[in-house]
Design a protein around this ligand. Structure first.
Ligand code: TRP
Ligand code: SF4
Length: 400
Protein backbone atom coordinates (compact mmCIF):
# COMPACT_ATOMS: atom_id res chain seq x y z
CA UNK A 1 0.00 0.00 0.00
CA UNK A 2 1.31 3.41 -0.93
CA UNK A 3 1.97 5.82 1.90
CA UNK A 4 -0.76 8.41 2.30
CA UNK A 5 -0.10 12.06 2.85
CA UNK A 6 -3.08 14.04 4.03
CA UNK A 7 -3.29 17.81 3.60
CA UNK A 8 -6.18 20.02 4.66
CA UNK A 9 -6.76 23.61 5.58
CA UNK A 10 -9.35 25.78 7.25
CA UNK A 11 -9.94 29.49 6.91
CA UNK A 12 -9.33 31.33 10.20
CA UNK A 13 -12.86 32.11 11.28
CA UNK A 14 -11.87 32.40 14.94
CA UNK A 15 -12.96 30.05 17.69
CA UNK A 16 -14.67 26.93 16.44
CA UNK A 17 -18.07 25.45 17.26
CA UNK A 18 -19.63 22.01 17.57
CA UNK A 19 -20.31 21.92 13.84
CA UNK A 20 -16.57 22.17 13.13
CA UNK A 21 -15.84 19.63 15.81
CA UNK A 22 -18.29 16.99 14.66
CA UNK A 23 -17.89 17.75 10.97
CA UNK A 24 -14.14 18.22 10.54
CA UNK A 25 -11.96 18.02 13.62
CA UNK A 26 -12.99 14.58 14.84
CA UNK A 27 -12.07 13.32 11.40
CA UNK A 28 -8.69 15.06 11.44
CA UNK A 29 -7.96 13.67 14.88
CA UNK A 30 -8.54 10.13 13.68
CA UNK A 31 -6.60 10.66 10.43
CA UNK A 32 -3.49 11.78 12.28
CA UNK A 33 -3.18 8.26 13.72
CA UNK A 34 -3.38 6.63 10.29
CA UNK A 35 -1.41 8.85 7.92
CA UNK A 36 1.11 11.61 7.67
CA UNK A 37 -1.01 14.73 8.14
CA UNK A 38 -0.47 18.42 7.47
CA UNK A 39 -3.14 20.80 8.72
CA UNK A 40 -2.88 24.50 8.09
CA UNK A 41 -4.60 27.81 8.66
CA UNK A 42 -5.55 29.24 5.26
CA UNK A 43 -5.09 32.91 6.16
CA UNK A 44 -4.55 34.05 2.56
CA UNK A 45 -7.82 32.39 1.65
CA UNK A 46 -9.47 34.42 4.38
CA UNK A 47 -8.16 37.56 2.72
CA UNK A 48 -9.85 36.70 -0.58
CA UNK A 49 -13.18 37.54 1.05
CA UNK A 50 -12.09 39.66 4.04
CA UNK A 51 -9.53 41.90 2.38
CA UNK A 52 -11.39 44.90 3.81
CA UNK A 53 -11.22 43.62 7.37
CA UNK A 54 -7.70 42.24 7.86
CA UNK A 55 -7.20 43.19 11.50
CA UNK A 56 -9.31 40.26 12.70
CA UNK A 57 -7.16 37.64 11.01
CA UNK A 58 -4.33 37.41 13.51
CA UNK A 59 -6.54 36.78 16.53
CA UNK A 60 -8.62 34.33 14.53
CA UNK A 61 -5.52 32.36 13.56
CA UNK A 62 -4.45 31.82 17.17
CA UNK A 63 -7.96 31.11 18.40
CA UNK A 64 -8.40 28.50 15.72
CA UNK A 65 -5.08 26.80 16.38
CA UNK A 66 -5.88 26.69 20.09
CA UNK A 67 -9.19 25.00 19.35
CA UNK A 68 -7.48 22.47 17.07
CA UNK A 69 -5.07 21.62 19.85
CA UNK A 70 -7.87 21.51 22.41
CA UNK A 71 -9.87 19.18 20.18
CA UNK A 72 -7.01 16.73 20.07
CA UNK A 73 -4.89 17.57 17.03
CA UNK A 74 -1.52 16.46 18.32
CA UNK A 75 1.58 18.30 17.09
CA UNK A 76 3.58 15.14 17.73
CA UNK A 77 1.48 13.37 15.11
CA UNK A 78 0.37 16.09 12.70
CA UNK A 79 2.14 19.11 11.26
CA UNK A 80 0.26 22.30 12.14
CA UNK A 81 1.18 25.46 10.26
CA UNK A 82 0.03 28.76 8.80
CA UNK A 83 -0.20 29.19 5.03
CA UNK A 84 1.31 32.68 4.87
CA UNK A 85 4.37 31.49 6.75
CA UNK A 86 5.20 29.14 3.90
CA UNK A 87 5.52 31.64 1.05
CA UNK A 88 6.38 28.82 -1.37
CA UNK A 89 2.60 28.37 -1.69
CA UNK A 90 2.45 31.78 -3.32
CA UNK A 91 5.30 31.00 -5.66
CA UNK A 92 3.63 27.81 -6.83
CA UNK A 93 0.35 29.68 -7.20
CA UNK A 94 2.04 32.21 -9.48
CA UNK A 95 3.69 29.54 -11.59
CA UNK A 96 0.49 27.52 -11.89
CA UNK A 97 -1.39 30.64 -12.88
CA UNK A 98 0.65 30.70 -16.08
CA UNK A 99 -0.91 27.47 -17.29
CA UNK A 100 -4.41 27.73 -15.85
CA UNK A 101 -7.06 28.62 -18.40
CA UNK A 102 -9.32 31.41 -17.19
CA UNK A 103 -12.36 29.35 -18.18
CA UNK A 104 -11.47 26.62 -15.72
CA UNK A 105 -11.56 29.13 -12.87
CA UNK A 106 -14.73 30.81 -14.03
CA UNK A 107 -16.48 27.46 -14.22
CA UNK A 108 -15.71 26.41 -10.63
CA UNK A 109 -19.21 26.48 -9.08
CA UNK A 110 -18.18 28.19 -5.83
CA UNK A 111 -17.05 31.24 -7.81
CA UNK A 112 -20.50 32.42 -8.85
CA UNK A 113 -22.27 30.89 -5.83
CA UNK A 114 -20.17 32.75 -3.32
CA UNK A 115 -20.33 36.00 -5.25
CA UNK A 116 -24.11 35.78 -5.10
CA UNK A 117 -24.20 34.68 -1.49
CA UNK A 118 -21.79 37.37 -0.30
CA UNK A 119 -23.35 40.04 -2.47
CA UNK A 120 -22.56 42.77 0.05
CA UNK A 121 -18.88 42.34 -0.81
CA UNK A 122 -17.16 43.18 -4.03
CA UNK A 123 -15.68 39.84 -5.01
CA UNK A 124 -14.87 40.71 -8.59
CA UNK A 125 -11.19 40.50 -7.69
CA UNK A 126 -8.30 38.60 -9.18
CA UNK A 127 -7.60 36.98 -5.80
CA UNK A 128 -11.12 35.67 -5.40
CA UNK A 129 -11.18 34.20 -8.89
CA UNK A 130 -7.88 32.52 -8.07
CA UNK A 131 -9.16 31.03 -4.79
CA UNK A 132 -9.27 27.45 -6.12
CA UNK A 133 -5.85 27.76 -7.72
CA UNK A 134 -4.31 28.93 -4.46
CA UNK A 135 -5.94 25.90 -2.88
CA UNK A 136 -4.39 23.72 -5.60
CA UNK A 137 -0.98 25.14 -4.75
CA UNK A 138 -1.61 24.36 -1.05
CA UNK A 139 -2.23 20.74 -1.94
CA UNK A 140 0.17 20.10 -4.81
CA UNK A 141 3.15 21.62 -3.07
CA UNK A 142 3.05 18.73 -0.56
CA UNK A 143 2.27 16.03 -3.13
CA UNK A 144 -0.76 15.19 -1.02
CA UNK A 145 -2.42 11.89 -1.79
CA UNK A 146 -5.58 12.68 0.15
CA UNK A 147 -7.51 15.80 0.98
CA UNK A 148 -10.27 15.48 3.56
CA UNK A 149 -12.96 18.02 2.72
CA UNK A 150 -16.68 18.60 2.85
CA UNK A 151 -18.87 18.11 -0.19
CA UNK A 152 -18.74 21.78 -1.16
CA UNK A 153 -14.99 21.52 -1.72
CA UNK A 154 -15.04 18.57 -4.12
CA UNK A 155 -14.98 20.75 -7.25
CA UNK A 156 -11.81 22.40 -5.91
CA UNK A 157 -10.08 19.04 -5.62
CA UNK A 158 -11.19 18.02 -9.08
CA UNK A 159 -9.89 21.30 -10.38
CA UNK A 160 -6.59 20.59 -8.58
CA UNK A 161 -6.31 17.24 -10.32
CA UNK A 162 -6.77 18.89 -13.71
CA UNK A 163 -4.13 21.49 -12.94
CA UNK A 164 -1.67 18.77 -11.89
CA UNK A 165 -2.39 16.79 -15.03
CA UNK A 166 -1.87 19.81 -17.21
CA UNK A 167 1.35 20.68 -15.44
CA UNK A 168 2.75 17.17 -15.83
CA UNK A 169 1.69 17.12 -19.44
CA UNK A 170 3.45 20.41 -20.18
CA UNK A 171 6.57 20.01 -18.07
CA UNK A 172 6.86 16.31 -17.33
CA UNK A 173 8.59 15.69 -20.64
CA UNK A 174 12.32 15.72 -20.66
CA UNK A 175 14.73 14.99 -23.47
CA UNK A 176 15.56 11.30 -23.58
CA UNK A 177 12.82 10.40 -21.12
CA UNK A 178 12.51 6.76 -22.22
CA UNK A 179 16.25 6.15 -22.07
CA UNK A 180 16.48 7.72 -18.65
CA UNK A 181 13.57 5.63 -17.43
CA UNK A 182 15.35 2.50 -18.70
CA UNK A 183 18.48 3.59 -16.83
CA UNK A 184 16.43 4.02 -13.68
CA UNK A 185 14.96 0.53 -14.04
CA UNK A 186 18.49 -0.85 -14.05
CA UNK A 187 19.13 0.90 -10.76
CA UNK A 188 16.34 -1.14 -9.19
CA UNK A 189 18.48 -4.27 -9.48
CA UNK A 190 17.63 -7.20 -11.68
CA UNK A 191 14.97 -8.81 -9.52
CA UNK A 192 13.02 -5.64 -8.74
CA UNK A 193 13.61 -4.37 -12.26
CA UNK A 194 12.03 -7.52 -13.62
CA UNK A 195 9.07 -7.18 -11.25
CA UNK A 196 8.64 -3.54 -12.28
CA UNK A 197 8.51 -4.51 -15.96
CA UNK A 198 5.99 -7.27 -15.33
CA UNK A 199 3.71 -5.01 -13.31
CA UNK A 200 4.02 -2.25 -15.90
CA UNK A 201 3.06 -4.66 -18.67
CA UNK A 202 0.13 -5.97 -16.68
CA UNK A 203 -1.13 -2.43 -16.23
CA UNK A 204 -0.47 -1.19 -19.74
CA UNK A 205 -1.72 -4.28 -21.54
CA UNK A 206 -4.57 -5.39 -19.31
CA UNK A 207 -5.36 -2.24 -17.35
CA UNK A 208 -4.61 -4.10 -14.12
CA UNK A 209 -5.01 -1.38 -11.48
CA UNK A 210 -3.64 -3.57 -8.72
CA UNK A 211 -0.46 -4.11 -10.68
CA UNK A 212 -0.20 -0.33 -11.05
CA UNK A 213 -0.56 0.15 -7.31
CA UNK A 214 1.92 -2.60 -6.57
CA UNK A 215 4.45 -1.03 -8.92
CA UNK A 216 3.87 2.40 -7.36
CA UNK A 217 4.56 1.10 -3.89
CA UNK A 218 7.59 -0.79 -5.14
CA UNK A 219 9.03 2.52 -6.33
CA UNK A 220 7.98 4.49 -3.26
CA UNK A 221 9.83 1.98 -1.10
CA UNK A 222 13.17 2.35 -2.88
CA UNK A 223 15.53 4.26 -0.64
CA UNK A 224 18.51 4.51 -2.93
CA UNK A 225 16.63 6.03 -5.86
CA UNK A 226 16.84 9.78 -6.50
CA UNK A 227 13.60 11.76 -6.49
CA UNK A 228 14.00 12.36 -10.21
CA UNK A 229 14.33 8.66 -10.96
CA UNK A 230 11.32 7.87 -8.81
CA UNK A 231 9.26 10.31 -10.81
CA UNK A 232 10.53 8.92 -14.10
CA UNK A 233 9.58 5.42 -13.06
CA UNK A 234 6.18 6.53 -11.81
CA UNK A 235 5.54 8.43 -15.04
CA UNK A 236 6.83 5.56 -17.17
CA UNK A 237 4.31 3.21 -15.57
CA UNK A 238 1.43 5.17 -16.96
CA UNK A 239 3.10 5.91 -20.22
CA UNK A 240 3.55 9.65 -19.93
CA UNK A 241 6.51 11.71 -18.88
CA UNK A 242 7.78 12.47 -15.40
CA UNK A 243 5.09 12.84 -12.82
CA UNK A 244 6.10 15.97 -10.98
CA UNK A 245 2.85 16.96 -9.31
CA UNK A 246 0.66 14.28 -7.84
CA UNK A 247 -3.08 14.16 -8.49
CA UNK A 248 -4.71 14.05 -5.05
CA UNK A 249 -7.88 12.23 -4.10
CA UNK A 250 -10.55 13.85 -2.02
CA UNK A 251 -11.72 12.08 1.07
CA UNK A 252 -15.24 13.13 1.90
CA UNK A 253 -15.70 13.94 5.53
CA UNK A 254 -18.60 11.87 6.87
CA UNK A 255 -21.46 14.34 6.57
CA UNK A 256 -21.86 16.33 9.72
CA UNK A 257 -25.24 15.81 11.27
CA UNK A 258 -24.69 18.77 13.53
CA UNK A 259 -27.70 21.03 13.45
CA UNK A 260 -27.71 24.48 14.89
CA UNK A 261 -29.94 25.67 17.70
CA UNK A 262 -32.66 26.66 15.23
CA UNK A 263 -32.68 23.45 13.20
CA UNK A 264 -30.64 24.86 10.29
CA UNK A 265 -27.05 23.79 9.71
CA UNK A 266 -24.83 25.04 12.54
CA UNK A 267 -23.01 28.09 11.24
CA UNK A 268 -21.68 31.34 12.61
CA UNK A 269 -23.58 33.29 9.98
CA UNK A 270 -26.89 31.86 11.22
CA UNK A 271 -26.03 32.75 14.80
CA UNK A 272 -27.10 29.30 15.96
CA UNK A 273 -23.88 27.83 17.28
CA UNK A 274 -22.49 26.36 20.45
CA UNK A 275 -18.84 27.27 20.54
CA UNK A 276 -16.18 24.90 21.83
CA UNK A 277 -15.49 27.46 24.55
CA UNK A 278 -19.14 27.91 25.53
CA UNK A 279 -19.55 28.07 29.31
CA UNK A 280 -21.58 25.23 30.86
CA UNK A 281 -24.35 27.63 31.96
CA UNK A 282 -24.60 29.05 28.45
CA UNK A 283 -24.87 25.55 26.97
CA UNK A 284 -27.65 24.84 29.42
CA UNK A 285 -29.50 28.01 28.52
CA UNK A 286 -29.06 27.64 24.76
CA UNK A 287 -30.37 24.08 24.67
CA UNK A 288 -33.23 24.83 27.08
CA UNK A 289 -34.47 27.59 24.84
CA UNK A 290 -34.20 25.57 21.66
CA UNK A 291 -37.43 25.21 19.71
CA UNK A 292 -39.00 21.75 19.70
CA UNK A 293 -41.79 20.04 17.78
CA UNK A 294 -44.43 22.81 17.54
CA UNK A 295 -47.15 20.19 18.09
CA UNK A 296 -46.07 19.90 21.71
CA UNK A 297 -47.72 22.97 23.15
CA UNK A 298 -48.57 21.34 26.46
CA UNK A 299 -46.73 18.50 28.13
CA UNK A 300 -49.49 16.03 27.39
CA UNK A 301 -49.54 16.87 23.68
CA UNK A 302 -47.78 14.05 21.83
CA UNK A 303 -45.00 15.03 19.45
CA UNK A 304 -42.72 13.50 16.88
CA UNK A 305 -38.93 13.71 17.19
CA UNK A 306 -38.58 13.93 13.45
CA UNK A 307 -40.02 17.45 13.64
CA UNK A 308 -37.62 18.48 16.38
CA UNK A 309 -34.02 19.73 16.11
CA UNK A 310 -33.26 18.44 19.62
CA UNK A 311 -33.75 14.92 18.28
CA UNK A 312 -31.03 15.54 15.70
CA UNK A 313 -28.62 16.37 18.50
CA UNK A 314 -29.68 13.20 20.32
CA UNK A 315 -28.67 11.30 17.20
CA UNK A 316 -25.14 12.64 17.48
CA UNK A 317 -24.79 12.49 21.27
CA UNK A 318 -27.09 9.87 22.77
CA UNK A 319 -26.81 6.11 23.00
CA UNK A 320 -29.49 3.78 21.69
CA UNK A 321 -31.26 3.44 24.99
CA UNK A 322 -31.62 7.18 25.44
CA UNK A 323 -32.77 7.55 21.84
CA UNK A 324 -35.48 4.97 22.44
CA UNK A 325 -36.54 6.83 25.59
CA UNK A 326 -36.85 10.03 23.52
CA UNK A 327 -38.85 8.36 20.78
CA UNK A 328 -41.33 6.72 23.14
CA UNK A 329 -41.48 9.57 25.59
CA UNK A 330 -42.09 12.18 22.91
CA UNK A 331 -44.65 10.24 20.89
CA UNK A 332 -46.48 9.09 24.01
CA UNK A 333 -46.29 12.50 25.73
CA UNK A 334 -44.58 10.81 28.65
CA UNK A 335 -41.68 13.21 28.97
CA UNK A 336 -41.46 16.95 28.84
CA UNK A 337 -39.17 18.73 26.42
CA UNK A 338 -36.95 20.11 29.17
CA UNK A 339 -36.56 16.60 30.52
CA UNK A 340 -35.75 15.37 27.03
CA UNK A 341 -33.10 18.02 26.56
CA UNK A 342 -31.22 17.19 29.75
CA UNK A 343 -29.15 14.27 28.40
CA UNK A 344 -28.10 16.41 25.45
CA UNK A 345 -27.00 19.21 27.75
CA UNK A 346 -25.08 16.73 29.91
CA UNK A 347 -23.32 15.10 26.96
CA UNK A 348 -22.23 18.36 25.39
CA UNK A 349 -20.98 19.73 28.68
CA UNK A 350 -19.13 16.52 29.33
CA UNK A 351 -17.56 16.48 25.87
CA UNK A 352 -16.45 20.10 26.04
CA UNK A 353 -15.08 20.12 29.59
CA UNK A 354 -11.70 18.52 28.86
CA UNK A 355 -11.39 20.54 25.64
CA UNK A 356 -12.01 23.77 27.53
CA UNK A 357 -9.41 22.85 30.11
CA UNK A 358 -6.93 22.25 27.33
CA UNK A 359 -7.92 25.47 25.55
CA UNK A 360 -7.41 27.41 28.79
CA UNK A 361 -4.01 25.88 29.19
CA UNK A 362 -3.00 27.00 25.70
CA UNK A 363 -4.61 30.41 26.15
CA UNK A 364 -2.32 30.90 29.10
CA UNK A 365 0.71 29.70 27.15
CA UNK A 366 0.70 31.73 23.93
CA UNK A 367 4.41 31.13 23.49
CA UNK A 368 3.86 27.41 23.44
CA UNK A 369 1.20 27.76 20.75
CA UNK A 370 3.51 29.94 18.72
CA UNK A 371 6.34 27.48 18.98
CA UNK A 372 4.09 24.60 17.89
CA UNK A 373 3.16 26.57 14.82
CA UNK A 374 6.72 27.73 14.15
CA UNK A 375 7.91 24.16 14.23
CA UNK A 376 5.12 23.05 11.93
CA UNK A 377 5.93 25.85 9.48
CA UNK A 378 9.56 24.75 9.42
CA UNK A 379 8.60 21.15 8.62
CA UNK A 380 6.15 22.23 5.96
CA UNK A 381 8.68 24.56 4.36
CA UNK A 382 11.18 21.78 3.96
CA UNK A 383 8.69 19.74 1.97
CA UNK A 384 7.51 22.76 0.01
CA UNK A 385 11.07 23.75 -0.90
CA UNK A 386 11.78 20.33 -2.35
CA UNK A 387 8.76 20.47 -4.59
CA UNK A 388 9.55 24.02 -5.69
CA UNK A 389 13.05 23.03 -6.71
CA UNK A 390 11.61 20.44 -9.06
CA UNK A 391 8.88 22.73 -10.31
CA UNK A 392 11.37 25.50 -11.13
CA UNK A 393 13.67 23.08 -12.81
CA UNK A 394 10.95 21.66 -14.98
CA UNK A 395 9.77 25.17 -15.93
CA UNK A 396 13.23 26.27 -16.89
CA UNK A 397 13.74 28.88 -14.17
CA UNK A 398 16.25 27.26 -11.88
CA UNK A 399 19.21 29.22 -13.26
CA UNK A 400 21.32 31.56 -11.20
N1 TRP B 1 -11.24 26.17 0.76
C1 TRP B 1 -11.19 25.40 1.98
C2 TRP B 1 -12.47 25.67 2.77
O1 TRP B 1 -13.08 26.69 2.61
C3 TRP B 1 -9.99 25.76 2.82
C4 TRP B 1 -8.72 25.35 2.16
C5 TRP B 1 -7.75 26.17 1.68
C6 TRP B 1 -8.28 24.02 1.95
N2 TRP B 1 -6.74 25.45 1.15
C7 TRP B 1 -7.02 24.14 1.30
C8 TRP B 1 -8.83 22.76 2.22
C9 TRP B 1 -6.32 23.00 0.90
C10 TRP B 1 -8.13 21.63 1.82
C11 TRP B 1 -6.86 21.75 1.17
O2 TRP B 1 -12.85 24.83 3.56
FE1 SF4 C 1 -38.16 17.35 20.83
FE2 SF4 C 1 -37.72 15.79 22.90
FE3 SF4 C 1 -39.64 17.64 23.00
FE4 SF4 C 1 -39.93 15.50 21.49
S1 SF4 C 1 -39.77 15.54 23.69
S2 SF4 C 1 -40.39 17.61 20.90
S3 SF4 C 1 -37.87 15.15 20.79
S4 SF4 C 1 -37.46 18.00 22.80
Amino acid sequence: MAIERVVSGMRPTGGLHLGHYNGVLKNWVSLQHESECLFFVADWHALTTHYDDPQIIEQNVWDMVIDWLAAGIDPALATIFVQSKVPEHAELHTLLSMITPLGWLERVPTYKDQQEKLSSKDLSTYGFLGYPLLQSADILIYKATQVPVGEDQVPHIEFTREVARRFNHLYGKEPGFEERAEEAIKKLGSKRGQLYRELRNAYQEEGDEQALEAAQSLIEEQQNLSLGDKERLLGFLEGGGKMILLEPEYKLTPASKMVGLDGQKMSKSYNNTISLREAPEAIDKKIRTMPTDPARIRRNDPGDPKNCPVWQIHQVYSDEKTQEWVQNGCKGAEIGCIECKQPVIDSIQKELKPMQEKANFYLESPDLVKSVVAEGCEKARKLARDTMREVRESMGINFS
